[in-house]
Ligand binder design. Structure first.
Ligand code: NAD
Length: 502
């Protein structure tokens, strides 16, 4: 329920092992999106604080890079244990400032814990290679070494999972990291880092700054930052990627999405309907892997009316309301934008079977509510098709064949996720082979891989180093050094070996 709307609580910075109050006079309120209650004030760190963060991280890296890899793995083991113990507490913190319901929030933390579990395996992930006698008495070995100080910039929609994509792998590899959480939802990251310290992370290994554009740009342009991981919208991803690479730094930028789901005439209708409700409007559509376009093939377009009935039967609500299907949008500005796009969809000729504008939630008159919204007769020229709406709004399209569906999906500038529902092995095999999208689901709506695979995106949904997240992120956060040694001048030191082949 709505509570007091004022607080003096300030979100801290984490500098050199201490959670400290920023001296900045520039702050922004962190709001509960269901009530507009002010949960805390987030400071925009000063330039001195940013320099302090970089210097502290550099000093921490000099010590940490030589800490045995087994010790680094043990830090991750202790951290994994603490995160599991505090999963619900972290979920409740982030449910309050994102508005997502508790089940989603628990999943947000859990997907992050899985990355930490992966980081526990760091000794085997960092193994190099050796080939003896690449020439006579010449051997080559490759070593995998950390980079130095890295930078992580995270979005609002997964305040636990996405920071946990970044700093556990970066530090397990031997790096230090400066982390900047979304200014809209900084509170869960504070708790994640308190627990990291409790697990035994040395001072300065992860520094947390707060802020927005200026703070990002200052760190990004600093010569001592060697690699940047970014997750967020397309325009900011492009800016971060272009700035980092212009300065000859490594960058991986996960960006926005417009995910299509193809429904073939031989698909099982109930399975499709059940999958679609959660995959489209779950988490209020504020997921980079949400299905926002349904491509009905042939007669299956008639199923849109049934989906409309299902969407009419669900409603948003506060994070602790067990009856609510999803929560509010993140901010009044996001609500205004989504409602504007719905109006544009109607103006441009789409048919709105379910209109979520103007919905009210009892007891929460000030929430950023938008109800489920479903359009049919959508064409590729419409704004609702072209833009990532990031709200509970679904566009239905109709094509004649799998060929047409593939042509539509492959012409999208985005390539984050897609899925196909079919009982034909041939259609499924063709789709997985020909579609130009990073994550593909076959009879699964949201195909997010576990960290022992890697998450990536094609086309405009991902820029930069494809060694992204999980298993392959180890390649992003490390350099390979190849050493070739000749033993010809020191034959006496070579082992005395004889091999007999029988
Ligand atoms: P955003 O781009 O507005 O913000 C992301 C981060 O960038 C924040 O930390 C913010 O402070 C910073 N930032 C904002 N403007 C900046 C600027 N001009 N210069 C430098 N830094 C700036 O994104 P958001 O609204 O927080 O998150 C939603 C977006 O993230 C959606 O587009 C969604 O698809 C995307 N996303 C993508 C993935 C993925 O894996 N591809 C995952 C989650 C979210």
């Amino acid at each position: 329920m709505a509570q007091s709307t004022s607080t003096n609580k300030q979100v801290p910075l984490l500098l050199n092992g201490e959670f400290v109050a920023s001296t900045s006079s520039e702050t922004m309120p962190v709001l509960n999106p269901a009530t507009q209650e002010v949960l805390a004030h987030v400071p925009f760190a000063t330039d001195d604080e940013l320099s302090n963060a970089i210097e502290g991280a550099k000093a921490a890296f000099q010590k940490w890079k030589d800490v045995p890899v087994t010790e680094r793995a043990r830090l991750m083991l202790r951290y994994q244990h603490l995160l599991k113990e505090h999963q619900k507490e972290i979920a409740e913190i982030l449910a309050e400032d994102t508005g997502k319901n508790l089940e989603d929030a628990m999943g947000d933390v859990w997907r992050g814990i899985e990355v930490v579990e992966h980081a526990c395996n760091i000794p085997s992930l960092l193994m190099g290679e050796t080939v003896e006698n690449v020439a006579s008495q010449v051997d080559t070995i490759s070593l995998v070494q950390p980079l130095g100080v890295t930078f992580g910039i995270t979005p609002f929609n997964f305040p636990a999972m996405i920071p946990l994509w970044m700093f556990p792998i970066a530090t397990a590899c031997g790096n230090a990291m400066i982390l900047k959480p979304s200014e809209q939802v900084p509170l869960a990251t504070v708790r994640l880092l308190e627990l990291f310290q409790e697990a035994g992370a040395p001072a300065g290994l992860v520094q947390m700054i707060q802020g927005g554009k200026h703070q990002v740009n200052t760190i990004l342009n600093h010569p001592d930052i060697l690699a940047t991981s970014f997750v967020g919208s397309v325009p900011v991803a492009k800016h971060v990627y272009q700035t980092a690479t212009h300065n000859l730094k490594r960058a991986q930028c996960f960006a926005g999405a417009k995910n299509h789901m193809v429904v073939m005439p031989d698909a099982d209708k109930d399975t499709v309907m059940n999958a679609l409700v959660g995959a489209t409007v779950g988490a209020a559509g504020q997921r980079c892997m949400a299905i926002s376009v349904i491509v009905f093939v042939g007669e299956t377009i008639s199923w849109a009316a049934e989906l409309a009935d299902k969407l009419k039967a669900i409603r948003p609500g506060a994070w602790d309301d067990p009856e609510a299907a999803f929560g509010p949008l993140i901010s009044p500005a996001a609500k205004q934008r989504v409602e504007g796009l719905i109006a544009q969809g109607i103006d441009q000729g789409a048919t709105c079977l379910v209109d979520g504008r103007g919905i009210e939630v009892e007891g929460y008159p000030d929430g950023n509510w938008v109800g489920p919204t479903l359009f049919t007769d959508v064409t590729t020229e419409m704004e609702i098709y072209q833009q990532e709406i990031f709200g509970p709004v679904v566009c239905c399209m109709n094509v004649d064949s799998l060929d047409d569906a593939l042509a539509l999906v492959n012409s999208s500038p985005y390539g984050n996720g897609t899925s196909i529902f079919t009982r034909s092995g041939v259609s499924a095999r063709r789709y997985q082979h020909e579609v130009t999208v990073g994550q593909v689901g076959i009879n699964l709506p949201i195909p997010v891989p576990l960290p022992f695979f890697s998450f990536t995106g094609w086309k405009g949904s991902f820029m930069g180093d494809l060694h992204a997240y999980g298993k392959q992120a180890v390649r992003f956060y490390t350099e390979t050094k190849t050493i070739t040694s000749s033993w010809k001048d020191a034959p006496a030191q070579a082992p005395n070996m004889s091999i007999s082949l029988k």
